[in-house]
Design a binder for this molecule. Structure first.
Ligand code: ASP
Ligand code: MG
Length: 462
């Protein structure tokens, strides 16, 4: 059997829904399938906006709910006959009324906790999957709506909850095995042990699909999107980027952490657990083979697999002779940043210990510097640390690939290619896994750096 997940852009409107249902139905005629859907494109963002407005006491949230209602109505009118549509429309109306009540509560108390926001966001997937299950059934393919909250158990870190695998796997098996009709499961949402609604993080529906695949020991998990697969680089910036036919799970994780937006990085965790292959497929081009992600996947013969990048980052450089041989500075730096909820993407410290540099998202940078100035106030005063420098408008580029391990000369080639193109590198990091070399450049050099590296490793004949 296989699990097929369709993302928001694949179910944007009635026409798209019809198209993906055709794909799913064709698959279901030859083997059992479980379907996982996200909310319709843009709905999760609208729900977040609605919650934010309600919290501020701004009545705009009402308009947003009505906009969601009319998008659903449009889809229902296009997909169902008049008579069939009644009960579906009613169910969805009831859900939207409940959503309005919750948002009204948020407006009254002027507060929307992460817990309430999870509840608000859950409506996107719940509404969409009801509609799709109903549509499948009335159009001749028996299907069952499945609320993932009946089977995916998490901790209570709202917004990005951690899955309790031991509790979840048996529940998935109990709920889905032997189910009459095709299960249509809500992606993204889950619950705590006590039954409180949680979510798995933005784009978390991919993760839902692989959890189900692992629990049911599926032959494959297919993530359907609107690109042909995982690409060697961002095709908007690198014209010669190509689809990677096969990549290892580790490379897929590295690439997805570094901004190759095709797949949620956690998706690979259950797949490793149970050794299940994940396929990235394109709804706009269903015949294309896509990318296969699997533990034993054979990468290409090129020294690297692909290039990913993260834009809008800043570099913070802490410099000073007083750090030399003083244990504990790094620990204080990282604790202070963690307390300020700053996420560090990259770190490097030269062995002279004269400076530590780290990279974070631009929007967190001034908060980060303020936290560091407070934490290191004494060191700054006594000149143990000379300066906390912030450099903005940067970009991280990560060169990723299993084949780099133990292959000498990769960095040499990488940095001489960049040097020849006149690109200045501000910081470099390579983990000991040797699967990723990351470097920081100025934002303006982004396209040229990506192309230079792509050409050096993936285009020129070996
Ligand atoms: N609907 C959720 C989001 O927009 C989950 C998903 O699309 O996978 O993040
Ligand atoms: Mg996605």
């Amino acid at each position: 059997m296989k699990v097929m997940k369709f993302g928001g852009s694949s179910v944007k409107d009635a026409e798209k829904i019809q198209h993906v249902i055709d794909i799913a139905r064709r698959a279901a005629s030859s083997e059992p399938v479980v379907l996982v859907f996200s909310a319709m494109k843009g709905i999760t963002d609208m729900l977040i906006d609605a919650a934010t407005s309600a919290e501020k006491g701004d009545p705009a949230y009402r308009r947003l709910v009505e906009e969601i209602r009319s998008r659903q109505k449009e889809a229902i009118a296009a997909l169902f006959s008049r008579k069939e549509s009644e009960s579906t429309a009613k169910e969805i109306d009831t859900l939207l009324d409940e959503l309005s009540d919750i948002l009204h509560g948020v407006e009254l108390v002027r507060e929307c906790s992460a817990r309430t926001l999870d509840m608000v966001m859950s409506f996107g997937e719940r509404i969409n999957c009801r509609l799709i299950a109903e549509y499948l059934s009335v159009s001749g393919t028996p299907a069952q709506f499945v609320d993932a909250r009946s089977m995916i158990v998490t901790d209570s870190s709202h917004g990005s909850a951690k899955v309790d695998f031991e509790a979840t796997y048996p529940l998935i098996r109990q709920t889905l095995s032997g189910m009459e009709g095709i299960p249509v499961v809500t992606g993204f949402i889950a619950r705590t042990e006590k039954g409180v609604t949680t979510t798995l993080g933005r784009n978390g529906s991919d993760y839902t699909a692989s959890l189900i695949g692992a629990a049911l020991d599926a032959d494959r998990v297919e993530i359907w999107t609107d690109v042909d697969g995982v690409l060697s680089a961002d095709p908007r910036l690198v014209q010669s980027a190509f689809v990677l036919p096969e990549i290892s799970i580790e490379d897929a994780m590295e690439l997805s952490y570094f901004g190759a937006e095709v797949i949620h990085p956690y998706t690979m965790i259950p797949a490793v657990d149970r050794n299940i292959a994940i396929y990235i497929k394109n709804t706009l081009n269903p015949a294309a083979p896509g990318t296969r992600i699997a533990a034993e996947a054979q990468g290409g013969s090129a020294p690297i697999t692909g290039i990913a990048s993260i834009e809008n980052v800043s570099l913070i450089n802490i410099e000073g002779g007083g750090m030399l041989g003083h244990p504990g500075v790094a620990s204080r730096v990282f604790s202070a940043l963690a307390d300020a909820s700053v996420n560090i993407i990259m770190i490097s410290q030269a062995s002279s210990e004269h400076s530590i540099c780290m990279v974070c998202r631009e929007k967190e940078a001034s908060r980060a510097v303020a936290a560091l100035k407070t934490e290191l106030a004494d060191e700054l005063r006594y000149r143990m640390i000379q300066n906390i420098e912030l450099v903005k408008e940067l970009e991280i580029i990560a060169v990723v690939g299993e084949n780099m391990r133990g292959t000498p000369g990769i960095s040499g080639r990488l940095f001489s290619a960049l040097g020849q193109a006149g690109i200045n590198v501000l910081a470099i990091a390579q983990g000991s896994s040797e699967r990723n070399i990351s470097f920081v450049i100025h934002r303006d050099d982004r396209a040229s750096a990506l192309n230079v590296v792509h050409k050096a490793f993936l285009e020129d004949a070996e």
